[in-house]
Design a protein. Structure first.
Length: 289
């Protein structure tokens, strides 16, 4: 038994959790694709934060210059949103490190997201590439497809281990939901008009409804916190753009309610009286994708 393991550094349960064919080469391909697409997502995000594209027929701007060029009802504060993504990328790096763990349970859990994380990275890459080139219709398509991808991941296994749930599931999902409105508001004609802002005053409340759904139904305080941060990003940007307006007030109210709901759920979880993750989550990967 010991000699057999010496020739196979990847244990049988680990390979079975990751791939139905239990091939070591498939496992290596999975790790390579995960790391490659993650780095691709990071590189384009950082590059287009500081540089604008030099090709294309439409307006070519940096990511946050696009954000600032359109005074929509969902315009964000670039500092808060950038910090959100920086922390998310770091946490995703921690998640990827678990793919190389010597503990079978950790590798099983890390592999359980299957192809969803890879697809998320590719769609984020595509979104950034077309967004900075003002192809907002294509950008909306990619962000909606990613929302479907991440929603499918969430509802199939809502109780992942924390090192997976925040960086791979709830963090990207919260961003994608808000980005549908963020990019969508830019995409529509006359995005800074009174009619567009009235619709913005209405649709911003969907962030509260969406966040409370996860906090109440799934006791998921990470979704509540993520959406409260993104609501703050909207509120700060709207406040500095137009003090006498409703949108920043609504955004801060949503932020406050979601944050309070997050604390109400997170405190019992931290003290052991409420648990986001169950032991079923560790076995869920063995069910396969």
């Amino acid at each position: 038994m010991r000699e057999g393991r010496a020739h196979c550094p990847i244990s049988q349960p680990v390979r079975k959790a990751c791939f139905p064919y239990q091939e070591r080469s498939d496992y290596m391909v999975y790790k390579i694709l995960t790391i490659t697409t993650w780095l691709l997502s990071i590189i384009v995000s950082f590059y287009y934060t500081f540089h604008k594209p030099h090709d294309g027929h439409w307006h070519r701007r940096k990511i946050w210059h696009q954000n600032d060029a359109y005074h929509t009802a969902f315009r964000m504060n670039d500092i808060i949103a950038s910090v959100y993504w920086l922390v998310l990328f770091i946490l995703q790096g921690v998640y990827i490190a678990h793919l190389f763990s010597g503990t079978v349970e950790l590798v099983n859990a890390a592999c359980s997201v299957g192809s969803h994380f890879i697809i998320n990275n590719l769609l984020h890459f595509a979104f950034v590439m077309v967004f900075v080139r003002s192809l907002f219709g294509w950008a909306e398509l990619f962000v909606v497809l990613n929302f479907i991808n991440l929603s499918s991941l969430y509802f199939r296994h809502p109780a992942y281990a924390r090192f997976i749930h925040q960086p791979v599931v709830s963090g990207p999902l919260a961003w994608t939901f808000v980005a549908i409105y963020w990019n969508g508001a830019i995409m529509v004609p006359h995005s800074a008009s009174l009619v567009a802002r009235i619709f913005g005053n209405i649709f911003i409340w969907s962030i509260l409804v969406y966040g409370l759904f996860f906090v109440i139904v799934y006791k998921d305080y990470t979704m509540g916190f993520n959406l409260s941060v993104l609501s703050a990003a909207i509120g700060v940007a709207q406040f500095f753009h137009q003090v006498i307006a409703l949108q920043w007030i609504f955004a801060f109210v949503i932020m406050a309610v979601l944050f309070i709901a997050t604390v109400v759920v997170a405190v019992p979880a931290a003290t052991g009286r409420g648990v986001l993750i169950t032991r079923d989550a560790e076995r869920a990967p063995l069910l396969g994708e």
